[in-house]
Design a protein around this ligand. Structure first.
Ligand SMILES: Cc1cc2nc3c(=O)[nH]c(=O)nc-3n(C[C@H](O)[C@H](O)[C@H](O)COP(=O)(O)O)c2cc1C
Length: 220
C-alpha cells in the first residue's frame, strides 16, 4: 500500500486550496481515511438536525466500473447537447481558458472514473414537503462540503459531481438504493496526481455588499 501523503495544512489553507481534483491515482485509500471524512460530513448542520444523510462507499471494482459507464454516458450526452461548452457565449480569453480547463478535466474524470479507488454516493431522503424549492439540497450539501474539506486536509482529492443523476434509476438498481432516496452527489475520492492549488474565484470585494444591495466598500 502506498504511503499516504498526509499534509496538515491550517484551516484557511484547506479552504483556499480545496478544489475539484479529477485526476486521481488508482492507489487504495485506507478505510480509516474514509471513516474520518464521513465523520466530518456528519458534523454538518441540517434542517431540524434531522441528519437526512447516508453515505454509500463503493470500492467494489465491478460496481465502480458500472457507475463509471453510466457517468461517462451521461457526461457524453451532456456535452453533446452543448451544455458546458463555449459556443454562443461571449467569454473573455481568461474565462474561455478556464471553461476549457474545466471541460478537459471533467472529460478526464468521465474517462477514468472506474480507476478512482473510492466512490462515495452522498444520499438523502426525498421528501417533497421538506425538500422543496431553493431549500432542496440545503440539508445535504453542507455535509458534502465538509466531506470534501476533510479529504483535502488529509491530502485526498475529490470533486463534487452530479451528472450521475441522469442515470439515477440505473444506479439505484445497481446498488439497491430505494426509490425514496436521492443520490445528491457522487464524490470520487483518491490520491491526487497533481497538486492542490487555489481555485479561480471572484474576489470578495466583487461579491459583497454593505447595508444596501449593490453598495460596496472601498478595499482597505
Ligand atoms: C452542484 C454542482 C454540481 C457539479 N457537477 C459536476 C459534475 O457532474 N462533474 C464534474 O466533473 N464536476 C462537477 N462539479 C464541479 C464544478 O465543475 C467545480 O466545482 C467548479 O468548476 C470549480 O472547480 P475548481 O474547484 O477546480 O475551481 C459540480 C459542482 C457543483 C457545485
Amino acid at each position: 500500500m502506498p504511503e499516504p501523503t498526509i499534509t496538515e495544512p491550517d484551516f484557511f489553507t484547506v479552504i483556499g486550496t480545496q478544489r475539484a481534483m479529477r485526476r486521481l491515482k488508482p492507489d487504495p485509500v485506507p478505510p480509516e481515511y474514509i471513516e474520518k471524512i464521513i465523520w466530518a460530513a456528519t458534523r454538518a448542520p441540517s434542517g431540524g438536525n434531522r441528519q437526512p444523510w447516508r453515505f454509500l462507499v463503493i470500492t467494489d471494482p465491478d460496481k465502480r466500473a458500472e457507475i463509471a459507464r453510466h457517468y461517462s454516458e451521461a457526461w457524453g450526452a451532456y456535452t453533446a447537447s452543448g451544455y458546458g461548452g463555449t459556443a454562443g457565449k461571449q467569454l473573455s480569453p481568461e474565462d474561455a481558458d478556464s471553461n476549457e480547463r474545466v471541460l478537459r478535466s471533467s472529460q478526464y474524470l468521465a474517462d477514468h472514473l472506474d480507476e478512482v479507488p473510492v466512490h462515495i454516493l452522498v444520499c438523502t431522503f426525498s421528501n417533497p414537503s421538506v425538500n422543496a424549492g431553493i431549500a432542496s439540497g440545503s440539508s445535504i450539501y453542507p455535509a458534502v462540503q465538509n466531506l470534501m474539506l476533510a479529504a483535502r486536509a488529509l491530502g485526498l482529492g475529490t470533486a463534487l459531481t452530479t451528472i450521475h443523476r441522469q442515470r439515477q434509476d440505473e444506479i439505484r438498481e445497481l446498488l439497491g438504493i430505494p426509490d425514496t432516496v436521492e443520490t445528491a452527489a457522487l464524490i470520487p475520492v483518491g490520491w491526487p496526481m497533481g497538486r492542490f492549488g487555489e481555485g479561480r474565484r471572484l474576489p470578495t470585494s466583487h461579491v459583497t455588499y454593505y447595508d444596501t444591495w449593490g453598495e460596496k466598500r472601498d478595499a482597505k
